[in-house]
Design a protein around this ligand. Structure first.
Ligand code: FAD
Length: 440
């Protein structure tokens, strides 16, 4: 095991690529994104990403690019339909049960409609509803393109409170390769049992595992978590998002301004739809990335990488012709089948009310919960995880301080009470038995 969780770099094709979080999303707005600040402070190399051109690079199965007018019209129609659906959903939620939420007003059917629907709902969304990240921090996104990886930010932070040397963590309070399997909790504290049979005792525990792990049976709670907590956890959707990397001997795709992202329109929604070349981030790298989500992610996770390579090559030949070179390497991350993740990030359903996230983050006795899924405004993002961690830490400190105050005050209260009792006793003795009954 390593530090970093869903921030994870991997050597691929003589480069360091990000299997998990790749972008710092929400930059250039009225408030500063704290993760962007960390990136600037530590000189992380980043590269501006402009997705907006992707809709003008939509290929059909015969390799033709859809005329920009057709793409723009389909896009406009899809955005209008999504906004209309959102409004209808909100209206019906005020009056009806969740099961009454109506279906999409215009159902995407053609390959280009399906491709745009996929881009809109599985990537952009900012165009459809106000997303706190973009509202607060700005609409720009930067791809991390640094050999030290996105995780470099985590090591910089760790240096502030763990013993480190030469960018390595030497602090034995950090237990790597230690899998938590049970939390036994009571009014007095928490016992943490690990897979290798160790037991750690603590006054409090902060649990930062993903929502997917909370939904799984990896960690058991003794006593069980209360029903309101379990219901909220189970209701939260988990998004699976898979970036597949392909290395080629040379590049055969168009490069230059507005060409970084391109789309493949297929009759199956989400079938190798969203592509990115890495030339802007790493010129000469000859790497393509295709992103799959949810059902398609789970499907490729369960098949061999060779099969996935065959499918991806078929799609590329549709777009760029039969003479393109075969990829020399493929990398398929498996976030869904990773028992320490069980998905990529939380995705609160449209009908989620603020109580749901409150219940997911609320402590249960001495167990505190944190992680991106506990962030009210920024769930799903690195900055959501970062800010949630600070908030949970502060909440716990408050709790410890108020308990500490109670503990110091306890003897004082005891003294005051015993003085009061003496006084009462004296009064009772003085006034006689009839009075005594009244006082008790
Ligand atoms: C493919 C992908 C792409 C993404 N893209 C972006 C992006 O571009 N921009 C962005 O802002 N965000 C992105 N995200 C989301 C972002 O990575 C997460 O929101 C963030 O990293 C979550 O941090 P966290 O601390 O909440 O959880 P994690 O990083 O998952 O930390 C939880 C830790 O708990 C450990 N753990 C789990 N179970 C146990 C156990 N039983 N015992 C001990 N340890 C355990 C895990 O190994 C992990 O280290 C992406 C995520 C993925 C997977």
């Amino acid at each position: 095991m390593r530090m970093g969780g869903r921030i994870k770099k991997h050597d691929f094709g003589s480069l360091s690529v990000e299997l998990g979080a790749g972008w710092i999303a929400g930059v250039g707005g009225k408030e500063s994104n704290p993760v962007w600040e960390l990136a600037v402070q530590s000189g992380l190399r980043t590269c501006f990403s402009d997705y907006s051109n992707a809709r003008y690079n939509i290929y059909d199965r015969s390799g033709k690019i859809f005329p920009s007018g057709v793409a723009a019209d389909t896009y406009k129609k899809a955005v209008e339909s999504a906004i209309q659906k959102l409004r209808t959903d909100q209206d019906s939620l005020l009056t009806a049960d969740v099961s009454d939420v109506p279906e999409l007003s215009t159902i995407p059917e053609t390959p280009i409609e399906l491709a745009i629907d996929f881009i809109l709902h599985d990537f952009e969304m900012a165009e459809v509803e106000p997303i706190s990240t973009y509202v607060d921090f700005g609409e720009r996104e930067f791809l991390v393109a640094d050999e030290r990886g996105y995780e470099h930010l985590l090591y910089k932070m760790a240096e502030e409170f763990l013993f480190t040397s030469d960018s390595k963590i030497l602090d034995n309070r950090l237990k790597l390769n230690t899998v938590v399997r049970e939390l036994q909790h009571s009014r007095d504290g928490v016992k943490v049992r690990t897979e290798d049979g160790c037991v750690f005792e603590a006054n409090y525990v902060i649990l930062s595992v993903s929502i997917g792990v909370l939904q799984s049976h990896l960690i058991s709670f003794n006593p069980h978590l209360p029903r309101w907590k379990m219901e909220a956890i189970q209701k939260c959707d988990v998004m699976v998002y898979t970036k597949i990397f392909l290395k080629f001997p040379y590049k055969f795709w168009p490069c230059g301004p507005g060409k970084e992202f391109f789309i493949y329109a297929h009759e199956r929604r989400g079938y190798y739809t969203f592509w990115q070349h890495m030339e802007n981030a790493y010129p000469g790298s000859n790497i393509l990335v295709v992103t799959l989500t949810n059902g398609e992610s789970k499907r490729v996770e369960s098949q061999s990488d060779q099969e996935t390579l065959r499918e991806a090559m078929e799609v590329l030949r549709d777009m760029f012709g039969p003479d393109i070179p075969e990829a020399t390497d493929i990398l398929v991350p498996r976030w869904w089948n990773n028992r320490f993740q069980r998905g990529s990030y939380s995705n609160y359903p449209i009908y989620a009310n603020p109580q749901m996230v409150q219940n997911i983050k609320a402590p249960v006795g001495r167990i505190y919960f944190t992680g991106e899924h506990t962030s009210e405004r920024f769930s799903g993002y690195v900055h959501g995880g970062y800010l949630a961690g600070i908030e949970t830490g502060e909440g716990l400190l408050e709790e410890i301080k108020s308990r500490e105050k109670e503990r110091i005050l306890e003897p004082l209260i005891a003294v005051t009470l015993s003085q009061k009792c003496d006084e009462i006793h004296r009064q009772v003795l003085f006034h006689g038995n009839s009075k005594r009954e009244a006082i008790l």
